[in-house]
Each structure stands twice: as C-alpha cells, then as structure tokens.
Design a protein around this ligand. Structure first.
Ligand code: ATP
Ligand code: MG
Length: 424
C-alpha cells in the first residue's frame, strides 16, 4: 500500500478552524503598526547563504546547525530565511533606502530553522517584526517597546507578558567584557558543558544563554556586562530606563539576557510569558548598530524586534474565543427558488458588505439543506421555497436563538433584517 504523504516534521498546516485567531492577531498587528507609522516590506523567502552567515554570525546556533541550506541548479548556495532582519537590511541597502534616511519597516512571514520540534518551537514558524533605521535612541527604544505594549493590550494579554531588558554595551565595552568572561570560564573549564566549551573562544557571550540546568550556577556567578559599561553605553541604558519609567512600562533587568545573533549591541530585550511552558519568549529584539555597515552600507544605527506568531497566537487563544461562523445560509427549494435566491443573495451582499452568507449548492431537500446550515454554524437560515417565490418573500429561521421564524418580503430582509444582525 502506498504511504500517505504528510507535512514535513515541525512544519504545520494552519487549518480553517484555527485561522480566526491568526487573522485577528494579524489584523491588530497591522492596525497598530500603521498607527505608529511603520511601512510594510516584503522580501524573498530565499536569500544567498552568505547573507545569513555574515549577519547572524558563523558561531551561532542558527548558522551552525539550524539553517535550511541547499545548492540551486546553478550551484549557488541558498538558504531559507531563518529570520527577517538580515533580508530587511540587505533590501534597504540594495534599494538605497537607508543612507541618511529614517525608516520604520515591518514585515511578516514564514521563517525556517531546523530545530527540534516541540510545543512553541517549529521548523517553519512565523514572525512579525519591525526594523527601524537611522535613529540612535533611546527614544526609538521606548517607541518600539510602547508599540509592543500596545499590541499586548489590544490583544488582551498584557497581564500575561513581562518585559526584560539588558544592555550589551557598545562594541568597545563588549570587547572588554568578553575578555573578562573568557578568563572566568577558563578558570572553571571543568564545569563547562560541551557546547559552552566550543563557544568559549568563538562566542562566549552566548554561554550566558545556555539552557542547561547544570550550568546555571556557574553562569549566575559570571562577571556582568553592566559592570563594564563605558559612559556612552551607560547613558544610553539609563536614558531608556528613565523613559520606561516616564511611560510607566514595567520591566526587569536581566543581566544574562543576550541574543542568539551576533549583530546586537546596546539595548536588548525580550517580552516573556510563563503561560506557554518552556518556550516563553514571544518577542525579542534590540539595537544592531553595526549591521548596515557590516553588509556594505553606510554606518546606520538600527533597532528592531521580532514576534514569534505561533507563541503569540497560543497566548491569545488562552484569553479569547474566536469563531468565524457564517451569518446566514440560503436554503433554496427548486429551480425557481434558485433563480430568485441568486438575485437575493447578491442584493444582500450589496446591502451589507460584511455579511457572511453561504448559498446552498448541489440541491437537496429541505431537511438536508437545513442540516448543512446547522453544521457550519450559521445563525440564520433564509429559506425560499415555492410559496416564497410566489409571494416574493423569504422565511427567516433563527438557528441559534429561541425566536419564532418569520416570513418577510425580499426588501425587508435586505434592508432591515440583515443590517440588524450587525447592530447586535
Ligand atoms: P529561543 O531562545 O526561543 O530559541 P531565539 O532567540 O532563537 O528564541 P529570535 O531569533 O530572537 O529567537 O526570534 C524571535 C522570536 O521568534 C522568539 O522570541 C520566538 O517567539 C520566535 N521563535 C524563534 N524560533 C522559533 C521557532 N523555532 N519556533 C517558533 N517560534 C520561534
Ligand atoms: Mg533559538
């Protein structure tokens, strides 16, 4: 027997019965991003491998072991994008959008990482992110944090997420800190796990992000970057803290917060939740002031974040219920009823553009048609039989309410009854 084909492990179908919450989240995202003057940018899903190696960093989880990389038919190495920032920067430089300009971009789409699939961690997942170019902050830092906070409010999850911030300092203090960190871990070499040992000389900051429980004590006692900040980095960080207080955004400082990508500096942050098990980060970001130059553009300060939409959707689903049932189902009995029904349906759609109306297709007797209406959760059945055709009326049957069915003229159902549905 032939084996049925299935989706790739870690890559999910989002089925019609799950789509309402996704669309709700996407609509609110779009609205809020528009409120703050962000413009959407769409970049290809596939980019040259080099783009990600150069931006994310060779010694990061993503580049070392998570990218979907392949040779195309011309022998060029291509990669399915694992994140959105690199592509945005590439596009911005390529089209001359960044030099001496201020840009506020947002994007949304599928990302690909070959991770171990588990709840909240997939191989194809979706991110919505923003990237701002040409602003040093910390005013822009507070802007994007307020934007995120507004999103959580609009989605009804404010009380389920908390903000953690840290600073990675500018590159000068990061270099000094890195030395101190390497010295500390070298002194404790026997306590390092294999991954961390490998990172010791390539990406020591990333050791702080280790999720291995056995490493936690060692990490807790490691030197803190906050003690290595120079004046400039200090001022940026205290500036942000002041603005967070002014805007009354609650936060905690997490000195161990580093990002898994090499391009970050100064402010980094994560919005986290405890409601989703171990995959608790729903939004993560920070400054990446060196990246534009690194990719061949003029030095341009930049900041951004990315939201993991699967995690956000899971959280929103906990607080709200979404349904996408049709408002009405048009039952038509016989050819004449079909002819009258077609016209009525179009008139109803004209009168109420938001109306979700399903027209019975493929015939069937009264009982069968009504069953279909009930099965898809329609609120009303609009029934046209032989009598209704003669009297130019429709029988309105309320499928979800304890309410007498009514017979009314086609005009009345178009001009009054259907509009009434949207006033409730
Ligand atoms: P994590 O520490 O959870 O692996 P990360 O630091 O790799 O996250 P980023 O690259 O900063 O994550 O991505 C931003 C957001 O995208 C994360 O906070 C998370 O919500 C989401 N995300 C990242 N990887 C995945 C994945 N494999 N599946 C689902 N969501 C993801
Ligand atoms: Mg990761």
């Amino acid at each position: 027997m032939k084996k049925n084909l299935q989706a790739i492990r870690g890559m999910n179908d989002i089925l019609p019965n799950e789509i309402s919450v996704w669309q709700h989240v996407e609509n609110i995202l779009r609205e809020v991003l528009l409120n703050y003057g962000y413009q959407e940018i769409r970049t290809p899903i596939v980019e040259s491998t080099e783009l990600f190696v150069r931006t994310i960093g060779e010694v990061t989880d993503i580049v070392e072991k998570e990218m979907y990389t392949f040779l195309d038919r011309n022998g060029e190495s291509l990669t399915l994008r694992p994140e959105g920032t690199a592509s945005c920067v590439r596009a911005g430089i390529e089209h001359g959008l960044l030099h001496n300009q201020i840009q506020r971009f947002w994007y949304q789409g599928a990302m690909f990482r070959h991770e171990r699939p588990q709840k909240g961690r997939y191989r194809q997942f979706h991110q919505c992110g923003i990237e701002v170019f040409g602003l040093k902050g910390p005013d822009i830092d507070i802007e994007i944090l307020l934007l995120a906070a507004r999103l959580w409010r609009r989605l009804g999850i404010s009380n389920k997420v908390t903000l953690q911030i840290n600073t990675l300092g500018n590159s000068a203090c990061r270099a000094r800190y890195r030395e101190a960190l390497v010295t500390y871990f070298e002194e404790n070499l026997n306590l390092l796990d294999v991954d961390s040992e490998r990172r010791l000389h390539t990406n020591p900051l990333r050791i702080l992000d280790s999720k291995n429980p056995a490493m936690q004590d060692l990490i807790a006692c490691a030197p803190k970057l906050l003690d290595f900040l120079d004046e400039e980095s200090q001022a940026h960080f205290s500036g942000l803290r002041y603005l967070l207080d002014v805007a009354q955004v609650a936060y905690t400082i997490n000195p161990r917060l580093v990002r898994g990508l090499d391009y970050y500096g100064l402010t980094v942050f994560e919005w986290v939740t405890t409601e989703l098990g171990s995959q608790g980060a729903i939004c993560a970001g920070g400054h990446y002031d060196g990246l534009v130059e690194e990719l061949g553009g003029q030095a341009t300060p930049a900041i951004g974040f990315a939201i993991g939409l699967e995690r956000l959707v899971a959280l929103v689903s906990q607080v709200s219920e979404f349904e996408n049932n049709p408002d009405a189902y048009l039952v038509m009995l016989g050819d004449e009823a079909l002819a009258a029904g077609l016209v009525l349906a179009e008139n109803l759609r004209n009168a109420q553009p938001q109306l979700k109306l399903i027209m019975n297709c493929n015939g069937g007797n009264f009982g069968q048609q009504l069953k279909r209406a009930d099965k898809i959760g329609a609120r009303l059945a609009l029934i046209i039989g032989e009598d209704e055709v003669k009297t130019k009326t429709v029988t309105v049957k309320y499928l979800r309410e304890d309410r007498q069915q009514e017979n009314m003229s086609w005009e009345k159902v178009v001009n009054e009854r259907i509009k009434e549905l949207y006033l409730l």
